[in-house]
Design a protein around this ligand. Structure first.
Ligand code: FBP
Length: 553
């Protein structure tokens, strides 16, 4: 295969490991703390996770190996959900960790996500296969998928696969939902008397799988650095051409961690943070006013250009928009047959317009035509509005344009407004992992191997102290039940790992809020440039601003 020089060089990169893991596995001891409790709903969770609730936190420390098996192990690995840079390095760390414990150990990769375990679709991962993926982005070595193991048949089929293949452990690399699934699988295996440990690994570019014990999910570092490079480049272009306002939507599903981190790295004129908009119960008109204030102030200084960051999940956090989406979902579920029988798009739009409840109809009518179509027509297989497909960046451009015209007529806007809309998402999910993610993921994989060897089931592989150099990182495992609570999902109370949204009293948001007033009016852009893989540690190994600010507390 003709590979790029960087790909070639990255194959040879040796990821850094925490000091305690970097020695002979015979000198890695596991230290177990006190029994733990869930973040909430303890009694109900205790009843649901009778076998795995309340385990102690595990930590790997230098010492004489006290528990743990040195016999050959057979471990299966699953990549679950959206791609995140570093997935291949988790597999590499797991593979090398298992081989160091016993060269006869084997690693099986289940193909296409959790369904690979249910349907027993797998490939053996050997050194040769792995060599073509070390330190590279993507999940293409074994693929990923979004199947949830939910039904009793799926649980039974997963167990059958594990038994048939003689697995000692299954490692699930995923986000909050996939790791909730891992906890349920761990509990099920124990209940069925199967000695198969289930270990999770925290993955998602969205950065919303974090808490007191998980400092960051992997992939967030590389994805935000990739977006920050692009945003910085656009800022420089905007400041050079001085004729466009760029509205940039950034991936991240519900939480605004990505938008906030990219804002901290690039200092745009405006960055909207969904969690703040919801907390202030802002209307879409108020959001538009905030943008217009910056545009007018800059126009008054002769700067008819700027950069706005928009988080992917914004509309769901604007209360009136959330209500509109709920009404649309309900209306189209109730009248699915009549809606489906309509002849054309014009009829469908009229159907929706005339049937929406009085509190949602005016907002719907006020939206630009293409957004109205997206809301009515672009639906997921369950019939719900595909919120992540709504072109919020274009919606805001249209609404801002409308408002500026009004202001211009009133003589309150002296500028020219020409806007371009962008969406950055998939561009960041499969980048070559930054050194941080390459090292972090390799360490998470190594730690997962040790958790498996110690038969520690129902744990999330954990590496902490990430603001320090890798040698000082501390590896171990956090009981999954410790991060859980019960939430209503599809009308039922279900155990889930709490999704972390941006905290408005957290250090990253506070740092942003303290500076944004000046950014809105001045041109204070910051240009992070491309991710650097080779060079001084302060350029190549620096974690995200979010992590540094959170750890500085
Ligand atoms: P995960 O939560 O599974 O890591 O996925 C993250 C994400 O990239 C979101 O930011 C985005 O909204 C979504 O996946 C897109 O999903 P898809 O790949 O199905 O288009």
């Amino acid at each position: 295969m003709d590979i790029s020089p960087l790909q070639e060089a990255r194959y040879a990169y040796a990821p850094k490991l925490p000091g305690a893991l970097g020695t002979d596995p015979a000198s890695v001891a596991v230290e177990l703390g006190e029994p733990t409790e869930a973040v909430a709903d303890r009694d109900e969770l205790k009843a649901l996770f009778k076998a795995t609730y309340g385990k102690p936190i595990a930590r790997f420390v230098p010492g004489k190996a006290n528990v743990g098996s040195r016999r050959p192990l057979k471990v299966g690995v699953i990549l679950s959900g959206g791609q995140a840079p570093g997935g291949h390095n988790v597999i590499a760390g797991l593979f090398d960790g298992l081989k160091r414990l016993n060269d006869g150990s084997t690693l099986i990769g289940f193909k296409g996500g959790p369904s690979g375990l249910v349907d027993d679709k797998a490939v053996e991962i050997d050194a040769k296969l792995l060599a073509g993926y070390r330190n590279t982005g993507g999940f293409d070595m074994i693929g990923s998928g979004r199947t949830k193991i939910e039904t009793s048949e799926q649980f039974a089929a997963s167990l059958a696969t594990a038994r048939k293949r003689g697995l000692d452990a299954v490692v699930v690399v995923g986000g909050d939902d996939s790791n909730t699934n891992a906890a349920l699988l761990a509990e099920y295996f124990v209940k069925e008397g199967a000695p198969v440990a289930v270990v999770g690994v925290p993955k998602t570019i969205d950065g919303d799988l974090k808490n007191e014990y998980v400092e960051t999910s992997f992939g967030f570092d590389t994805a935000t650095k990739t977006y920050a490079e692009l945003v910085g480049n656009i800022e420089r272009d905007a400041a050079s051409a001085r004729k466009y306002w760029h509205f940039i939507k950034l991936m991240g599903r519900s939480a605004s961690h990505i938008a906030l981190e990219v804002a901290l790295q690039t200092r745009p004129n405006v960055a909207l943070i969904s969690e703040e908009i919801e907390a202030k119960s802002m209307t879409i008109a108020q959001v538009v006013e905030e943008l217009v204030r910056s545009i007018v102030a800059r126009a008054e200084k002769g700067m008819n250009f700027g950069v706005v960051l928009v988080p992917e999940g914004l509309v769901e956090f604007v209360p009136e928009f959330k209500a509109l989406i709920a009404s649309l979902n309900e209306l189209l579920a109730r009248e699915a047959a009549a809606f489906g029988a309509l002849a054309d798009d014009a009829a469908r739009l009229e159907f929706v317009r005339s049937r929406l409840p009085a509190d949602s109809a005016p907002l719907y009518a006020s939206l630009p035509a293409d957004i109205r179509s997206q809301l009515a027509m672009d639906r997921d297989p369950h019939g719900n509005v595909q919120v992540s497909r709504i072109e919020t960046e274009k919606l805001l451009v249209a609404l801002v344009e409308r408002r500026l015209k009004e202001l211009s007529k009133e003589g309150r806007y002296p500028g020219r407004f020409s806007a371009l809309a962008h969406f950055f998402g998939y561009e960041g999910r499969c980048a070559f992992p930054s050194n941080f993610d390459a090292d972090y993921c390799y360490s998470l994989g190594h730690s997962a191997a040790l958790l498996a060897a110690n038969g520690l089931t129902g744990y999330l592989s954990s590496v902490r102290g990430l603001e320090k150099p890798a040698r000082e990182w501390v590896a171990g495992g956090i009981p999954l039940t410790m991060m859980m609570n019960l939430e209503r999902r599809h009308g039922e109370r279900k155990p889930v790992i709490r999704k972390a949204l941006v905290e408005l009293d957290g250090a990253p948001f506070k740092a942003f809020a303290a500076a944004r007033g000046a950014w809105a009016v001045e041109t204070a852009y910051r240009f992070p440039g491309a991710i650097q893989y080779y060079g001084p540690a302060e350029v190549c190994d620096r974690p995200t601003e979010t992590l540094l600010l959170e750890k500085a507390r």
